[in-house]
Write a protein that binds this ligand. Structure first.
Ligand SMILES: [Zn+2]
Length: 308
């Protein structure tokens, strides 16, 4: 058996697509179309309208005709781009792929301004729109409810005061008027994160977030002492770490994993994106969630293309 390339010092080092890999894999738009086709339809092209897999190649490359769903039998013509974010844009597929590659290769993300400069786009708006379309797509994937050891927490993004429920300064609970947005997160240790922008840190809000993200079959659900989590006692094997009393780790009871995710999000939003408006915050959260959940996947690029 071949010895694993992973060093014991850095067992989580995953080889991701380099610039050189990108150039070799995607010499032109046709190579990108081929890659998109194989990722969308591993068993061969299907009509995006009716699901029929008995479609006929059109003379134009990466176009097909479906005679099943078209009234009058003239055939419905579709291309590999139909129903993806790449449809009806004036950017070649290879430029889209390059933007996605840029977005995925940086742990903290890349700003639209950097994308704009790197790609040589004439307008910042173009880069911004492309990046946001990708972020929408990355968030549209289905997820499995978290199991095992799960931590639930929330954080404030934006606004001025260091205002967390632990050291509440003005009694604000986030949401409208405070200038801050609340992001709720749940993470399965050694597994995935689910993060959502939520309206506030009230018990009903956080409980319904937990219900959406976390399976009732968990082994343990850990939160801090915030009263917004008390209702979880009734539904989950719930343990509390009391940060207010200076507790941070009591055996398996800690929230260090989700804190680690928050720090990536915050460094990204402060360091890379500088400022993210409330209106679009959920899209950036999608991006961070996706990158985190694919951190052990050497083929994160194809996972992203499938989502697009
Ligand atoms: Zn059809």
């Amino acid at each position: 058996m071949r010895k694993s390339k992973r060093s014991s010092k850095n067992p989580l080092h995953i080889h991701q697509m380099t610039l050189g890999d990108f150039e070799r894999l995607f010499p032109d738009d046709a190579a990108c179309a081929e890659y998109l086709m194989k990722n969308r339809w591993p068993e061969g092209p299907r009509c995006p309208r009716c699901g029929n897999d008995n479609v006929h190649p059109h003379t134009k490359d990466y176009h097909w005709q479906c005679y099943k769903c078209s009234p009058g039998g003239v055939g419905y013509r579709f291309s590999v781009l139909v129903g993806t974010i790449f449809e009806n844009t004036n950017k070649p597929l290879r430029e889209w792929f390059r933007v996605i590659h840029l977005m995925l290769t940086s742990k903290k993300g890349i700003s639209s301004l950097q994308v704009c400069r790197y790609m040589g786009f004439g307008s910042y708006k173009t880069a911004w729109l492309m990046c946001n379309k990708v972020r929408v797509a990355l968030g549209s994937r289905e997820f499995k409810k978290l199991v095992g050891y799960v931590e639930v927490d929330e954080t404030f993004v934006g606004g001025k005061a260091k205002n967390r429920h632990g050291n509440d300064r003005d009694g604000s609970t986030g949401g409208t008027g405070s200038g801050k947005s609340v992001v709720a997160g749940a993470v399965q240790r050694k597994g995935n994160v689910v993060a959502r922008v939520v309206a506030n840190v009230k018990a009903d809000t956080l409980t319904s977030f937990a219900n959406e993200a976390v399976s009732h079959q968990v082994s343990l659900l850990v939160t801090d002492q915030w009263m917004g989590y008390r209702q979880l006692n009734k539904q989950y094997p719930h343990k509390v770490i009391n940060h207010a009393r200076g507790q941070y780790v009591v055996g398996a009871v800690h929230t260090n994993t989700i804190e680690g995710f928050w720090s990536i999000v915050k460094r990204g939003i402060v360091g890379t994106f500088h400022k993210v408006s409330k209106k679009y915050l959920h899209l950036y959260i999608n991006e961070f969630e996706f990158r985190y959940n694919q951190r052990l996947n050497a083929d994160i690029f194809s996972a992203a293309i499938k989502a697009c």
